[in-house]
Write a protein of this length. Structure first.
Length: 203
């Protein structure tokens, strides 16, 4: 089995790349989706979140995402500490869930498995992958995409970007870089090329 990481900053299009390789038959797990599922179903995680951020952070179906975002990405000097606290609660559980899912896929004989995650290099997980793909896009384009889909202000988006490793650092560490600076067809073409190379190397 070949294990691939798909990462990049917010708004770069990594989720689209993940969907494209899924269309090729790869099995893909999303860290965001796994985290949401854990925050909605794991009683221990929900208890820790309530203790860290107050009962008002919980909803019957998960968490109050806008409130949580305000707490961990706000201008308040304590925001950085709260983000680290959130990551400390959720990320180990996401990693555990993905390790179990990967083991299950390997036992099933799955050949290509990808994990889409914003945080691979930041939490030193790159050595666990056979290859890491970094998806990158022009800064202003990323900001516009996130503003359009989330309703956040430019300042909010820039603040969230500042919490992540710089695109230059990620590109320097990547096994493959997919540029998302053109049309969707351009992105499809670039993704298929990288996927075919990885499949050939894995074969």
């Amino acid at each position: 089995m070949t294990l691939i990481g798909i990462t990049g900053g917010i708004g770069t299009g990594k989720s689209t790349v993940a969907e494209l390789v899924k269309g090729r038959g790869w099995t893909v797990f999303s860290s965001d989706q796994t985290a949401k599922q854990i925050m909605s179903t794991d009683p221990d995680v929900r208890s820790e979140l309530a203790a860290a951020f107050g009962e008002q952070i919980l909803t019957p179906s998960g968490v109050n995402a806008p409130l949580l975002a305000t707490l961990v990405f706000g201008v308040d000097p304590e925001s950085g500490k709260r983000l680290a606290r959130l990551n400390g609660i959720v990320h180990p559980r996401v990693l555990e869930a993905h390790m179990k899912a990967i083991a299950d896929e390997e036992a099933r004989g799955t050949t290509m498995v990808a994990i889409e995650s914003a945080l691979i290099y930041e939490v030193d997980l790159e050595e666990g992958f056979d290859y890491v793909i970094v998806v990158d896009a022009p800064h202003d384009e990323c900001v516009k995409r996130v503003m359009q889909r989330s309703g956040l202000t430019r300042e909010d988006v820039e603040r969230r970007m500042a919490e992540q490793m710089s695109p230059e650092e990620k590109r320097g560490l990547a096994d493959f870089v997919i540029e998302n600076a053109g049309t969707l067809d351009d992105l499809k073409g670039a993704t298929q090329t990288v996927a075919m190379v990885i499949e050939a190397m894995a074969g």
